[in-house]
Write a protein that binds this ligand. Structure first.
Ligand code: ATP
Ligand code: FE2
Length: 338
């Protein structure tokens, strides 16, 4: 059933994805179209990714409207990912959103990308008040709602776990495919690993560090003494145990009823299993966000745009500059009750 009140079009462009989603005010996702920039080799080049976004923007917006069966004038609110992210990429989404808002004379909402991951995860999984583990190529965050905000209980002190997996995989000579990101290739190899090799396990207070693990794993590759499967297995066991430990401590501290796993790395079955077992021990429900909504997507920006709009959080175009380092815990989330 269509919402009676209106629709929000949301644009996501923090990194390598240009996504457009459309959500009704009562929480139905009518479209979620994504176009990903895949570099020929190596990691993301912000300028090349932003060039990609500029080229595909018009087509992705038109396709989302088409899928939703809506005309531009039927959209009531325009939302965009305002940060954190890569400057050149964020600016493409912001520019498209400003142009649409000005042309259609509709209100504009700037959404925090990390808040959006949590809100879409809650919406699609039915979680109400979770400890969230958000693990992707750019982020590693353990967060939970407390006193009007999503507080960061733990985070990486250096690189994100997804990035750690990707750099390791490239160093091992693995190549991503459209249907198989590097993390998934490591997962497949790891499932055939037999022996555990000790690697640096770094949890400092509630925070994590992955750079020592990465260096040690690369050194093992170069030594050439161990099968790749065993290195992948040990790498995953170490990284995911660290994540599970910090999530468990946040759960014990906050006494929340649920754990929500999201971000691109959430697709990993071994990580899911570790967290599921930990949740069972604490009597908490384990929720994992389906891939379409766990990786960067426009629907999460559209849905969070609805929540912001309903609470009057719109911004004038002249104050809609992007915020490259906008932290999750800087954002007030008045729609969550506690
Ligand atoms: P963000 O902007 O939120 O940091 P991102 O641009 O990194 O996101 P995502 O799609 O959320 O994009 O995450 C991509 C990461 O997820 C990559 O590091 C990739 O290797 C990893 N990944 C994907 N599938 C798996 C898997 N099965 N196991 C482990 N990691 C995976
Ligand atoms: Fe993301």
């Amino acid at each position: 059933m269509r919402g009676l009140e209106g629709y929000c079009l949301g644009i996501e462009s923090t990194a390598d994805d240009f996504g457009v989603g459309i959500a009704s005010f009562d929480g139905e996702i009518l479209a979620n179209v994504n176009d990903v920039y895949v570099p020929e080799r190596g990691g993301i080049h912000p300028r090349e990714a932003s060039r990609h976004h500029t080229i595909v923007a018009g087509r992705v917006i038109a396709e989302a409207l088409n899928r939703a069966g809506l005309k531009p004038r039927e959209i009531s609110v325009i939302a965009f990912s305002q940060g954190p992210g890569l400057g050149p990429c964020l600016r493409v989404g912001a520019t498209a959103a400003r142009a649409l808002a000005a042309y259609l004379n509709k209100p504009l909402v700037g959404v925090n990308h990390c808040v959006a991951h949590i809100e879409i995860g809650k919406m699609v999984s039915g979680a109400r008040d979770p400890v969230t583990l958000y693990v992707s190529g750019g982020n590693t965050i353990v967060a939970a709602f407390e006193a009007r905000r999503y507080r960061v209980f733990g985070e990486t002190l250096d690189i994100a776990v997804g990035n750690c997996l990707d750099v390791f995989a490239r160093e091992a000579g693995l190549r991503p495919r459209a249907d198989k990101p590097l993390g998934a290739i490591v997962e497949e190899l790891a499932s055939r690993g037999k022996s555990f090799i000790q690697l640096p396990y770094t949890v400092k207070g509630m925070d994590l560090s992955f750079s020592g693990l990465l260096t040690a794993a690369i050194n093992l590759l170069r030594e050439g003494k161990y099968p790749l499967e065993d290195i992948c297995f040990s790498f995953q066991e170490t990284a995911f145990s660290m994540l599970t430990e910090v999530t468990e401590r946040a759960l014990a501290h906050t006494e929340k009823p649920e754990v929500l796993l999201t971000g691109g790395v959430a697709a990993n079955k071994r990580l899911q299993d570790m967290l599921r077992v930990m949740c069972e021990e604490h009597g908490a429900r384990f929720c994992v966000v389906p891939k379409e909504y766990a990786t960067d997507n426009g629907a999460m920006i559209a849905w969070t745009g609805v929540l912001c709009y309903k609470h009057g959080l719109t911004i004038p175009i002249e104050r809609s500059h992007v915020k490259l380092k906008w932290r999750l815990d800087e954002v007030e989330v008045p729609w969550v009750e506690q």
